[in-house]
Design a protein around this ligand. Structure first.
Ligand SMILES: Nc1ncnc2c1ncn2[C@@H]1O[C@H](COP(=O)(O)OP(=O)(O)OP(=O)(O)O)[C@@H](O)[C@H]1O
Ligand SMILES: [Mg+2]
Length: 339
C-alpha cells in the first residue's frame, strides 16, 4: 500500500492494524499480540487496558521500534499520520521518537539519566530535535517545568533525579515527553510507580494537559480508575486481541464482553468466574475466545473460535462500540414461508 494512502482529515493519528508480536522462547516462539487493532483519533485519549503480562508495553515498544531482542513483529501495520512506522529506517524513527511521539515510559529509569541535572535532560530533547541553543533551550525548559507544576523550577533545574520526590520526578518525565510538542503522547502506566496520593495529583496534571493542549494520547494501563479519569475510548486487551473497544463511559457503565465485566467487578483475579456445568466440556482450541476457559456464558462455539469484531453502536469512528463475543452475534432472521 502507498504510505500516504490513508492520510486524510479523518485519519487516526495512530492506527495499529492486525499487529502480531511474538517472544522467542527456545525451542518455540510464544505469541503475545495476535492481531491487535487500535485507532487513536486526533485529539483523543485512547487507553489499552489489560492485565499484567498481556503485552501492553510490547505494543508501545512496537510503535516506537524499540522491541527487546527476544520480541519480533510477525505481521501488521503501524500507521502514524498515515505512514507505516515499520517501513521506516532507524534514522527516520529517531526523528519521530521524542519529537513527534513523546514517551512516558513505565520504568522512570528508562527516561532519566541518574547522573545528569533534570533541567539539562529536558533541554537535551529540545536541542536534539529543535536545534535550539543552550540559552533558548533553558528558557523553554523552565516554562515546561512550570507547565507541569514543578515548584521553583530554577532550583529544580539543577537537581539530579535522586534529589526529587517520586511525584516531581514523574513531572520531569512528563515535561520531557511534552518538550517538542509531539503529535502523540505514548504513556505506559504513567502513574503505577507512584503512591496513591501522588498518583491522584499526576492524574489531575495529565487530565489538565490533555484538555489544555488537546493532546492525542495512547494510554496504557491495567488500572480502570486511571482509564476512567483520562481516556475518551478504551480497548480491552485479552489473549493478544482487543475483545472490546468503545467510548470509556459506555464501556464502563455497560460492558459488552464478559471479560470486561469480570475485570470491572474484580472477578478476574478471584480464580474462575464460571459456574461449573454438568455438560461434558471440550478443551478450548488455540483459536478459541481468549476468555473461553473462565467465562460463565461459554458455549461450544466459544471453545472453537473467536468471533470477528461485531459493531454494536456508532457510525463515526469516535462513537463506535465493537465487541468480539458470540453473545452479541445477530440472531438469524427467520422468514415466514409462503403457503
Ligand atoms: N525482554 C523480554 N524478555 C522476555 N520476555 C519478555 C520481555 N518483555 C516482555 N516479555 C514477555 O512478554 C509478555 C508481555 O509483556 P509486557 O511487558 O508487554 O506486558 P504488560 O502488559 O506491559 O505487563 P505489565 O502490566 O506488567 O507492565 C510477558 O509475558 C513478558 O514476560
Ligand atoms: Mg507494561
Amino acid at each position: 500500500m502507498n504510505d500516504n494512502a490513508q492520510k486524510g482529515p479523518g485519519t487516526p493519528i495512530l492506527s495499529i492494524r492486525d499487529l502480531e508480536v511474538t517472544i522467542a522462547e527456545e525451542p518455540e516462539t510464544r505469541p503475545i499480540l495476535k492481531g491487535l487493532q487500535l485507532d487513536i483519533p486526533k485529539g483523543q485519549t485512547v487507553a489499552l487496558l489489560g492485565e499484567s503480562g498481556s503485552g501492553k508495553t510490547l505494543a508501545a515498544y512496537s510503535v516506537l521500534g524499540l522491541l527487546p531482542a527476544v520480541a519480533s513483529i510477525a505481521k501488521g501495520e503501524i500507521l502514524f499520520q498515515g505512514k507505516d512506522l515499520r517501513r521506516m529506517s532507524e534514522g527516520q524513527l529517531r526523528t519521530i521518537r521524542g519529537n513527534k511521539i513523546g514517551m512516558v515510559y513505565q520504568e522512570p529509569s528508562k527516561s532519566l539519566n541518574p547522573l545528569m541535572a533534570v533541567g539539562k535532560q529536558i533541554g537535551e530533547t529540545l536541542r536534539l530535535h529543535k536545534n535550539l541553543g543552550r540559552r533558548a533551550a533553558r528558557e523553554q525548559v523552565l516554562s515546561l517545568m512550570e507547565l507541569v507544576g514543578i515548584p521553583d523550577p530554577r532550583r529544580r533545574y539543577r537537581n539530579l533525579p535522586h534529589q526529587l520526590s517520586g511525584g516531581v520526578k514523574q513531572r520531569v518525565v512528563i515535561a520531557m515527553a511534552l518538550a517538542c510538542r509531539p503529535e502523540l503522547i505514548l504513556a505506559d502506566e504513567p502513574t503505577s510507580a507512584l503512591d496513591t496520593t501522588v498518583q491522584a495529583q499526576i492524574i489531575d496534571l495529565l487530565s489538565r494537559l490533555i484538555h489544555d493542549l488537546r493532546m492525542s494520547v495512547f494510554l496504557i494501563s491495567h488500572d480502570m480508575g486511571v482509564v476512567a479519569a483520562l481516556a475518551d475510548r478504551v480497548a480491552v486487551l485479552k489473549g493478544g486481541i482487543v475483545v472490546e473497544d468503545g467510548p470509556v463511559k459506555e464501556v464502563l457503565k455497560n460492558p459488552a464482553h464478559p471479560y470486561t465485566a469480570a475485570l470491572l467487578s474484580g472477578a478476574v483475579h478471584s480464580a474462575k468466574t464460571h459456574v461449573a456445568t454438568s455438560v461434558a466440556q471440550i478443551e478450548p482450541t488455540d483459536a478459541a475466545c481468549p476468555f473461553a476457559r473462565d467465562c460463565k456464558w461459554v458455549t461450544h462455539i466459544c471453545r472453537m473460535q473467536t468471533p470477528k469484531p461485531i459493531l454494536l453502536a456508532g457510525t463515526l469512528p469516535e462513537q463506535q462500540r465493537l465487541v468480539r463475543c458470540f453473545l452479541h452475534m445477530p440472531k438469524p432472521t427467520t422468514t415466514a414461508k409462503k403457503s
